[in-house]
Design a protein. Structure first.
Lengths: 242, 163
């Protein structure tokens, strides 16, 4: 998993470099052409996160779906959001659990990329406020017993005691998003975004922790940061033309 | 634009560093699941500790010696997977007056979350009765007394054996 993250990061880096390469040409081009500014049409784009989709297909212990939406409201300003659903079973160190629930993220993206005439690509930085409703099931866990006198103390606890459902949990966090969207063909875009998440508040499960929050991903004990990304394919509906 | 680009690269670099997760290890200083702390007390004067002569304890169900040598205060490991544990309490070991009492300690377990790296800590509550002697007749153990019924740390004794 970690390897996949790093990979996508490198790909994105290449992406940003090649995009900024285009930018240099663009400034030259602008100098000797007529500077006609296109009026910004209000446009709605929606799409799905292919990363979530692919991961659900490939991994037995992960099932997730995310839709992405953005609405262009200014020349370089987009209202943006994501809605998703995740169910995943994980073994993290000494606990095995299933986390399931849904989340939504709402915020904006600001485009920093100046397009050449006729192009519609974005390199964006943005913010999201996000919220999840989820539940955790503790499937099994081990007991800390370093001295282990009785041999049976190695066995993980698989039923009773602390195992079981922790319903009605929620979490709120914000995300700083860096991403890009490239126009593939008219009205179709491929995009990628990287997110640094900071937990604001969460309802803790009884005698356990929110070790994995749908949409936020892994939460570590003393570090309230999380990271995530998506790889989206979106379609634009230009519904208002000025 | 250049400034923005630098900012962007900086952010992406920050992302990889934060993306590298710290390895979660269970630190040695985290207290593990507690053992039962037992005191050998004088039956006539239960305030006083008294060590029996030729005293020894053998756990039942395992060919293993207890980690500490028997004295007037000792720690007994409890079984996580069961709610009772049995030991042979021997006095006058090896002599003709050797007397073995088989003691069963009864308890309930509850587990508390530490963190994902350490897992859970098991705690116990002594049941009623906290201990029973399984062999009939000529018992050298006269009774037991509960000093602290919740076993969640090893800071003080939980059970006293009167003899």
């Amino acid at each position: 998993m970690k390897h996949a993250h790093i990979w996508v990061f490198y790909i994105s880096l290449l992406g940003t470099f090649s995009l900024s390469g285009q930018q240099v040409e663009e400034t030259i081009a602008v100098n000797d052409s007529l500077t006609v500014k296109e009026k910004t049409p209000l446009a709605l784009r929606f799409g799905i996160d292919l990363y979530n989709l692919g991961r659900s297909k490939l991994a037995d212990d992960y099932n997730g779906f995310e839709t992405v939406v953005d609405l262009r409201v200014g020349e370089n300003f987009y209202l943006a959001g994501e809605v998703g659903q995740v169910e995943t079973t994980k073994q993290i160190e000494n606990v095995n659990f299933t986390s399931s629930g849904s989340y939504f993220k709402l915020g904006f993206d600001f485009n920093m990329f100046e397009n050449w005439e006729g192009m519609d690509n974005q390199v964006t930085i943005g913010l999201r406020l996000a919220s999840s409703r989820h539940e955790l099931v503790l499937n099994s866990y081990s007991i800390l017993d370093r001295t282990r006198f009785w041999p049976s103390s190695d066995f993980p606890i698989t039923n009773g005691y602390a195992t079981g459902l922790r319903p009605d949990l929620n979490a709120q966090w914000f995300e700083v998003v860096v991403g890009f969207k490239v126009q593939l063909i008219k009205n179709a875009y491929m995009g990628m975004s990287f997110r640094l998440n900071r937990l604001l508040n969460d309802k803790l499960p009884e005698n356990f922790d929110n070790v994995y929050i749908p949409g936020f991903n892994k939460k570590t004990e003393d570090n309230k940061f999380g990271a995530s990304f998506n790889y989206s394919l979106t379609y634009r509906i230009p519904f208002i033309k000025k | 634009m250049n400034k923005e680009k630098n900012g962007l690269l900086g952010f992406l670099t920050l992302l990889i560093f934060l993306g590298c997760e710290r390895d979660d290890i269970c630190i040695e200083t985290v207290t593990e699941s507690p053992d039962l702390i037992l005191l050998m007390l004088d039956f006539e004067n239960p305030q006083n500790r008294k060590i029996p002569s030729g005293f020894s304890i053998r756990p039942i169900g395992i060919e293993k010696l207890l980690p500490n040598s028997p004295s007037d205060s000792l720690t007994l490991p409890l079984k996580i997977q069961e709610n009772h544990v049995q030991f042979e309490f021997i006095t006058n070991l090896g002599s003709e007056n050797e007397n073995i009492d088989t003691l069963q300690i009864n308890y309930q377990r509850f587990d508390t979350f530490i963190n994902t790296a350490c897992g859970y800590r098991s705690n116990y509550v002594l049941d009623l009765p906290p201990a029973i002697i399984l062999n009939p007749g000529s018992n050298w153990i006269k009774g037991v007394t509960v000093l602290k019924d919740t076993i969640s740390d090893e800071t003080r004794a939980h059970l006293g054996i009167l003899h």
